[in-house]
Ligand binder design. Structure first.
Ligand code: ZN
Length: 266
C-alpha cells in the first residue's frame, strides 16, 4: 500500500496511512516495521499499563486485607532486619521524604482526618490507656516540655491571657444552694471565671464567706449552681455594677430569700 516516492503503510489500529517513519522498526513486520503506528503503540502501551496496574494494585490490596496480621508481621520483620539500611536511606532523603509527606497530607487532608477519626473511634479505650501510660511514664519530660514551651512563649501567653481576661463580660451572678434555696449574690468584671475562683476557694476551704463555706462542706459541690443574672459589656462601669448588685440583693430580701452575703446594703 506504499507509494513509489515514499513508502507508506496503513496502521492496523487507527487505520491511517502513514510513512514508514511513523512506525517502529520490526524485522518480521511488513516493510520491516510494526503493524501499528508509533502513536497507537504508545496509546496501547499506556492502556495496558493502566489496566494491569489497577488490576495488580487491587489484587495486592485484597491480599493485604485478607492477611493483615501476616503482612504486618512480615513488614515488622523486614524493618527490624533492615533497620540500619532504612535509617540510612531516611537520613539521606530526609528532606525529600518530609516534603513528599507534607504534600501527601495536604492533598489527602479530608481522607486522613476521616481515617484518624475512625481509627480513634475503633480503638478509643486502647488509645486513651496508652496516652495515660505515656503521661505517667514521661511525667518529668512532659513537665519539662511544658515549662520550656511557657518560657519560650511567655510574652505571647501572658498577652493572650490578658486579652482573654479583658474581654470577659461583666456580670451580676448568683450562687444557689439548691437544697436550702439560700443565695449568694455577686458582681464581677471577670465573667464566668469568677465561678472558678469561688469553687477553687470553696474546695480548699478558704472561702471568705464562712456560711457558704460551711454549707459547701456539708452539702457538697453538687448542691450548688452558678446562675448568671445579667451579662454586661467587659468595660461596664464598676459603680453601676455595684448598684445593680445591691438592687438584686434588696429585691431578694424583700421577697423573703435568705442571702449568704454579709455586706447587705441598707
Ligand atoms: Zn495508528
Amino acid at each position: 500500500m506504499g507509494s513509489a516516492e515514499e513508502q507508506t503503510k496503513e496502521c492496523t489500529r487507527c487505520g491511517q496511512e502513514k510513512p514508514l517513519s511513523g512506525f517502529h522498526k520490526h524485522k518480521r513486520g511488513r516493510f520491516g516495521v510494526r503493524s501499528q503506528c508509533k502513536v497507537c503503540r504508545l496509546e496501547h502501551g499506556k492502556q495496558y499499563y493502566q489496566e494491569n496496574r489497577n488490576k495488580e494494585s487491587e489484587r495486592k490490596k485484597q491480599y493485604r486485607q485478607k492477611n493483615r496480621d501476616k503482612v504486618l508481621e512480615r513488614l515488622k520483620q523486614y524493618r527490624q532486619k533492615n533497620k540500619d539500611k532504612i535509617a540510612e536511606y531516611y537520613q539521606k532523603n530526609k528532606d525529600k521524604i518530609l516534603e513528599y509527606q507534607k504534600q501527601y497530607r495536604q492533598k489527602n487532608k479530608d481522607k486522613i482526618v476521616e481515617r484518624e477519626k475512625q481509627h480513634y473511634q475503633e480503638n478509643k479505650d486502647k488509645i486513651l490507656e496508652q496516652m495515660k501510660q505515656y503521661r505517667q511514664k514521661n511525667r518529668d519530660k512532659i513537665l519539662e516540655q511544658k515549662k520550656q514551651h511557657y518560657q519560650e512563649n511567655k510574652d505571647k501567653i501572658l498577652e493572650r491571657q490578658k486579652q482573654y481576661r479583658q474581654n470577659l463580660p461583666s456580670m451580676i451572678y448568683e450562687i444557689h444552694n439548691t437544697i436550702t434555696k439560700q443565695i449568694y449574690v455577686g458582681q464581677t468584671s471577670q465573667g464566668r471565671q469568677r465561678w472558678s475562683e469561688h469553687k477553687s476557694r470553696l474546695r480548699k476551704g478558704t472561702h471568705r464567706n464562712p456560711q457558704l463555706q460551711k454549707d459547701w462542706d456539708k452539702r457538697g459541690e453538687d448542691a450548688f449552681r452558678f446562675n448568671v443574672v445579667e451579662e454586661l459589656p467587659c468595660d461596664f462601669n464598676k459603680e453601676q455594677l455595684l448598684e445593680k448588685e445591691a438592687a438584686l440583693m434588696l429585691e431578694h430580701i424583700s421577697n423573703g430569700v435568705k442571702l449568704y452575703n454579709e455586706d447587705i446594703p441598707e
